[in-house]
Design a protein around this ligand. Structure first.
Ligand code: SF4
Length: 145
């Protein structure tokens, strides 16, 4: 059975809303929905003027080889999340996709303990978050040369 990506983009196959991104101080906390809601264009448009992924956390069928994070067997993004980020919560959030979630099936409870503080779109350009996202890390010391 295909796995679900828990950090999907609008337009991906089988796209549903699994949570709402809630600001919490300078961070965010995901409010997980009790049921999956189809990510219709009408619902996603309600996020305007910001991007849907700033308001909604989306799940969709994992794109596997079409996704830059997939190495042929694993999601490297999930691996970086559990390796580089501290746990945000102790107990696992109530989540509607756990049985099908790629991150959970690959990394287990550690993925869920970090999941509530993650957003699909991030404006955090700190070196730590660049490393988690898989972007090239910008080192000031190198750039100064
Ligand atoms: S809480 Fe766990 S099962 Fe649910 S989307 Fe996040 S990583 Fe997947």
């Amino acid at each position: 059975m295909s796995k679900l990506c828990p950090s999907a983009q609008p337009g991906m196959d089988n796209c549903t809303i699994i949570g709402l991104v809630q600001p919490e101080g300078s961070a965010v906390k995901l409010a997980y929905l009790n049921e999956r809601v189809a990510a219709t264009p009408e619902l996603l448009a309600m996020a305007a003027p910001v991007a849907p992924t700033e308001v909604f956390r989306l799940s969709a069928t994992c794109a596997e080889h079409k996704c830059p994070h997939f190495d042929g067997s694993d999601c490297q993004l999930a691996k970086r999340v559990v390796t580089l980020l501290p746990a945000a919560v102790e107990s696992l959030p109530r989540c509607t996709i756990r049985k099908e979630c790629r991150w959970y099936s690959q990394e287990g409870p550690k993925a869920c303990q970090r999941c509530p503080e993650l957003t699909t779109v991030s404006f955090d350009i700190s070196p730590d978050m660049q490393e988690v996202s898989g972007l090239p890390v910008f080192h000031e010391a190198t750039a100064a040369r």
